[in-house]
Design a protein around this ligand. Structure first.
Ligand code: AHR
Length: 500
């Protein structure tokens, strides 16, 4: 059996655990909102039409922030359509997903839903078909306490308190030719700078996110970031990163090493931002908001995911059913995000319900946890205090897409005040790996939890017919003695250890 040795020490401090890393994303797309988190008439639904069973699962998932309302959708969205009496709200064509938007859920309802779910709302402004004035109007409606036309409209619509939205995305994926109102980097950089400057005249403490590239495969990746920041550096606080991964051509080995690409994206974007910082003689650093990341079988949706005939309301779009292997990759992507907490200050798992999501629902029926739910919920629950980047001594295996990949990757967190620690590990190997974890000066003496996600069938999934096929299981091999943990990681698995 291959072996690995991890050494932990407080000196491996990276940054505090940033709770916004456990964010998610709700777009008006397919059945994410309608027939997802909102379904009037469902047996668990409250007076506002929100499904109680979905809310419970969102709380269990431990989501901290939710990016809303898109995504590609936002680039054609008129936020005013979604406020005021529901009966008066217009039905509109949603060009991004070739669907019909009923506007029965809008800003005020979604902000209320966020409060019920215990999440921070993160808003995206439309910079596709709209510009500075509409972003300012939305800001006034959302955040101004009262005494102006738009803030008074919010009060009259039943929301006396401002929503106090702190994080704002200046558009979405404006580098993508598919985006409504797609711009060049120079055009977008100028628009983001002007919009950001105006928004900060309202509230200088807003945290603004400029669009980075929509993927590292874009021909303008790197250049886009440089050009945008050269214009908008002083007005923004974050640059966004987006990345989706999938198993291609049966190459599971490469897929399991997807986090190496995410690491490359983070390091490249950080280096580009720092280049602009250096040449522009700036003092502040730009953080990364990794506000779309997940496994997504994009290629499979090329045909089925495109609606060309009619304009359906809430069609079934991008409803990936996730396997054990997908969940192991999601767990390893979270390890990478945590390991880069010095630079990645916020992240959003895309998306939350039904659409490439950890939570699935059936209209009038149950809601259930996909395999990817488990590593996210457990990491969000156990990660606390400081992030430590452990030294990992382990062998590698060759991959076609990412070169040599370590068999095991890991990250730890340590909360000095309580003495608690957590270790998150991924085993990419097809064999079990015996791991020894030296706890150094951390000092825990008790192993409280050892949970692994693994199945003999790496393609096993949770479905409507069999919603509990896959779950976390106690890892009975784990032992803590003499300042070290011994644990065997099953083949192709994700594991969490909680120590006290
Ligand atoms: O999350 C699905 C889509 O992926 C989003 O709408 C878009 O921003 C990205 O391309």
């Amino acid at each position: 059996m291959p072996t690995a040795r991890l050494s932990l020490d407080r000196s491996q401090f990276v940054a505090p655990v940033r709770r916004r890393i456990f964010g998610s994303f709700v777009e008006h797309l397919g059945r994410c909102v309608y027939d997802g988190l909102y379904e009037p008439g469902h047996p668990t639904t409250d007076a506002d039409g929100f499904r109680g069973d979905v809310l419970e699962l969102v709380r269990e998932l431990g989501v901290t922030t939710v990016r809303y309302p898109g995504g590609n959708f936002v680039s054609g969205y008129r936020w005013e359509d979604g406020v005021g009496p529901k009966a008066d709200r217009p039905r509109r064509l949603d060009l991004a997903w070739h669907s019909l938007e009923t506007n029965q859920v809008g800003l005020d309802e979604f902000a209320r839903w966020c409060r019920l779910a215990g999440c921070e709302l993160m808003l995206a402004a439309n910079l596709g078909t709209r510009g500075i004035q509409e972003a300012l109007d939305l800001l006034e409606y959302a955040n101004h306490p009262g005494g102006t036309a738009l803030s008074d409209a919010r009060v009259a619509n039943g929301t006396p308190q401002p929503h106090d939205v702190r994080m704002w995305c200046l558009g979405n994926e404006m580098d993508g030719p598919w985006q409504i109102g797609h711009l060049t980097a120079a055009e977008y950089g100028a628009l983001a700078a002007r919009t950001g400057a105006a928004m900060k005249m309202v509230d200088p403490a807003l945290e603004l996110v400029a669009c980075g590239s929509s993927g590292s495969g874009m021909p303008t990746f790197g250049e886009w970031e440089r050009i945008v920041l050269e214009q908008a550096y002083d007005q923004v606080d974050y640059l966004s990163c987006h990345a989706y991964y999938q198993e291609q051509d049966g190459d599971l080995d490469s897929f399991l090493a997807s986090s190496l690409d995410m690491q490359h994206v983070i390091e490249t974007v950080a280096a580009t931002a720092d280049h602009v910082k250096a040449t522009g003689r700036k003092e502040r650093s730009i953080a990364i908001s990794f506000d779309e990341w997940n496994v997504w079988y994009v290629a499979e949706h090329e045909e089925s995911g495109k609606i060309t005939d009619g304009w359906p309301v809430a069609p079934r779009l991008l409803e990936d059913a996730y396997s054990v292997a997908d969940a192991v990759v999601v767990g390893s992507l979270l390890i990478t995000l945590l390991k880069h907490s010095d630079r990645v200050h916020a992240a959003s798992l895309a998306q939350l319900v039904n659409v490439i999501a950890p939570i699935m629902t059936e209209p009038g029926g149950p809601a259930w946890r996909q395999t990817t739910f488990f590593p996210f919920a457990t990491t969000a629950r156990l990660a606390a205090g400081d992030v430590l980047r452990p030294r990992v001594e382990v062998g590698t295996y060759p991959t076609a897409r990412h070169g040599d990949a370590p068999l095991v990757d890991a990250v730890a967190t340590h909360y000095a005040a309580s003495g608690r620690a957590a270790v998150f590990l991924v085993n990419r190997s097809r064999e079990a790996v015996a791991v020894t974890i030296g706890l150094g000066d951390l000092g825990p003496t008790r192993l409280e939890e050892a949970l692994s996600l693994h199945d003999d069938d790496v393609y096993a999934k949770n479905t409507l017919a069999d919603p509990e096929r896959v779950g976390l299981r106690p890892n009975d091999s784990a032992r803590l003695a003499d300042g070290a943990v011994e644990v065997t990681l099953p083949p192709v698995s994700w594991t969490a250890l909680a120590l006290a």
